[in-house]
Design a protein around this ligand. Structure first.
Ligand code: ES4
Ligand code: ZN
Length: 327
């Protein structure tokens, strides 16, 4: 086993964090009060008590309700600064943040308010804690491809503020190929492309994320373990998997952390990384994920810890010169 202190001290990159999922109940209540938004919960405790999820959808319903308090540029700034402060404590030196513009534009919040608040926090975090970061715009897959195209158009005035696009929200029934054309357009624009696949969805969704969307990383991807040919492809091409162990347990992908397939995925040569997904909802930050994973899975030792940290830098979208500096 590896000492908790060593795991915490390792420099790491976080590649799968939904910034709206970093919103802690205390901040939800503070922003609700500041903005005069009514919440269907009486207290921080009552809200936290609702965080008992049975699957992805049961989580998403509460996650979108929590995001309803975000209205002003300052709200997005405050949310992201709270994340960066915790990330710095966890020795996260680089973070690629997902954000969900449609969650906000559907409530009348202009996309520029979202992007500018997050961007100001990125700059401040770089100055205050030396954390480098980037934004990845996610399309909500339960909405239409037309809505994704509208979102892309609305975001293009801020094209230089984000490095890529992703695909999140309800996976089952919304396969990657639903977004074939908008992802093709994003690739033409020179954006990086990633997608959630194989969290709750079958290995076929990982295949279509690769073959139709031509993604550079798979978010989650843990159900690849069910398909030997897919495992070979992912290993041969070193397609990174951004694995989120506490998320998988909280959303009942596995009954217990000791059943998590991360050791098998790593042993098969896949470029896995550890990430927090939605730290405010799933029981912890980046280091909480590292600690819970290594505690429950004694197959993971020092070699795996080093590999996971190295993978996080190699799988990031920073330029080669920056990567060389990290090595
Ligand atoms: C998400 Cl865990 C997860 N899966 C899919 N979409 C998401 N959005 C925020 N967290
Ligand atoms: Zn996610």
């Amino acid at each position: 086993t590896v000492s908790p202190a060593l795991l915490c001290a390792l420099p790491k990159a976080e590649l799968h964090i939904h910034i709206e999922g970093s919103l802690e109940p205390e901040l939800i209540f503070a922003l609700a009060q500041r903005n005069g938004v009514a919440l269907p919960y009486d207290s921080v405790e009552a809200l936290r008590a609702a965080y008992a999820f049975t699957d992805l959808q049961s989580f998403l319903d509460i996650y979108y309700a929590g995001a309803s308090v975000l209205l002003k540029e300052q709200d997005f700034f405050d949310m992201a600064m709270a994340y960066f402060e915790r990330a710095a404590q966890d020795n996260v030196v680089h973070a690629e943040l997902f954000f969900d513009p449609q969650t906000h534009t559907e409530r009348g919040v202009p996309i520029g308010v979202v992007i500018e608040g997050l961007t100001r926090a990125r700059r401040e975090a770089q100055a205050r804690w030396g954390i480098s970061s980037a934004l990845i715009l996610c399309f909500l897959r339960h909405l239409s491809q037309a809505s994704a195209f509208e979102t892309l158009e609305a975001a293009l005035p801020w094209r230089d503020h984000f490095i890529g696009v992703g695909l999140d929200s309800s996976e089952l029934g919304h396969p990657p190929e639903k977004f074939a054309e908008v992802f093709a357009r994003c690739r033409e624009l020179g954006l990086h492309v990633v997608a959630h696949a194989g969290e709750e969805g079958p290995p076929a969704y990982i295949w279509s994320a690769l073959e139709v969307l031509k993604v550079e990383r798979i978010d989650h991807g843990v159900r690849a373990i069910e398909d030997a040919a897919l495992m070979q492809r992912l290993a041969a091409e070193r397609v990174p998997l951004t694995v989120c162990p506490l998320s998988n347990v909280k959303l009942c992908v596995y009954p217990h952390m000791s059943q998590h397939q991360l050791p098998a995925l790593l042993a098969a040569g896949l470029a896995c990384t550890i990430n927090s997904d939605d730290p405010a909802y799933f029981g912890g930050t980046m280091n909480a994920n590292w600690l819970a994973t290594f505690e429950a899975l004694p197959q993971l030792g020092l070699a795996e810890a080093r590999k996971l940290a190295l993978n996080s830098f190699e799988a990031s979208f920073v330029d080669e010169a920056t990567k060389a500096g990290w090595r």
